[in-house]
Design a protein around this ligand. Structure first.
Ligand code: SAM
Length: 261
């Protein structure tokens, strides 16, 4: 009998079982012997076992009580276990313990993938890169550009801060149990120099959220609570355009206008 309990659906437990894919995912993080790595949701260790001999420090954040106990019983000098919900985990603890930027990896529970992406963004300046397994549609949304159907709030918010690549797709057969959706690996690399810096991040988040609040409506309509048509025009943006046609640079221009008036 397996030493593990049955996979818990409520915790998004689809465990990787394809050695080739596991190797490729860990390879995508390019781990060096001086690296501090954070793994979100190690589960039964498909990725973890490969990372342990490579990294200087490995921090695990796991929420399943049985799996926390399993990893806590594993005494290994470079391993630290944090038994906590990743959405409540303050990365400062790890950031302060190292003088290098941290690398993040995880086969994420899909029901919380967007909140995890936004949570990690708060720490982007301390992160070297993030290699994450997500639902394929989410990666497409993250990486798509203006004019495409998938382009939306997630694309704009992430592309302002990261270079985003889809590394490869992963079929359901690579997991046990197989998920009902296709998956893909994304690599997010925080930009050293932001191509489109914002004055106030909260204003940027507000503008993007409002602009996409009703996809079929114009900017003039959606941004009414904060800007009028003339103000939108003053920075060279067409108020009758829809949010889905705007570049990240145009969103940052609108946000920076809001921050200065
Ligand atoms: N890394 C393993 C693998 O690839 O086989 C497991 C991946 S499984 C898709 C997701 C993992 O995240 C599970 O181990 C689950 O218990 C854990 N998890 C679920 N919700 C979590 C949360 N809020 N915080 C931290 N870990 C969580």
């Amino acid at each position: 009998m397996s030493q593990f309990a049955a996979p818990r659906k409520s915790l998004g437990q689809n465990f990787l079982q394809d050695a080739n894919i596991i190797n490729k995912i860990v390879g995508g993080l390019n781990i060096q012997s001086s690296d501090t790595v954070l793994e979100i949701g190690p589960g039964r260790g498909a990725l973890t076992e490969l990372i342990l001999p490579l990294a200087k420090e490995l921090h695990l954040v796991e929420f399943d009580r049985d799996l926390i106990r399993y990893w806590e019983n594993r005494s290994q000098a470079n391993l630290t276990v944090h038994g906590v919900d990743i959405l409540k985990f303050e990365l400062d603890e790890i950031i302060q313990s190292t003088n290098t930027k941290i690398k993040v990896i995880g086969n994420l529970p899909y029901n919380i993938s967007s909140p995890v992406l936004f949570h990690l963004m708060r720490y982007a300046e301390h992160i070297d890169s993030q290699v994450l397994m997500l639902q394929k549609e989410v990666v497409e949304r993250m990486a798509s550009g203006p004019g495409s159907k998938q382009y939306g709030r997630l694309s704009v918010m992430l592309q302002q801060r990261y270079d985003i690549e889809m590394l490869f797709k992963v079929p359901p057969t690579a997991f046990f149990p197989p998920p009902k959706v296709d998956s893909a690996i994304a690599r997010l690399t925080p930009m050293q120099e932001l191509a489109n810096p914002v004055l106030e991040h909260d204003d940027f988040a507000k503008v993007v959220k409002l602009a996409f609040s009703m996809r079929r409506k114009t900017l003039r309509n959606n941004l009414k609570p904060i800007l009028n048509s003339q103000q939108i025009e003053s920075i060279g943006v067409d108020p009758s355009a829809r949010a889905e046609t705007l570049t990240v640079a145009e969103f940052t221009a609108i946000s920076n206008l809001v921050s200065t008036i």
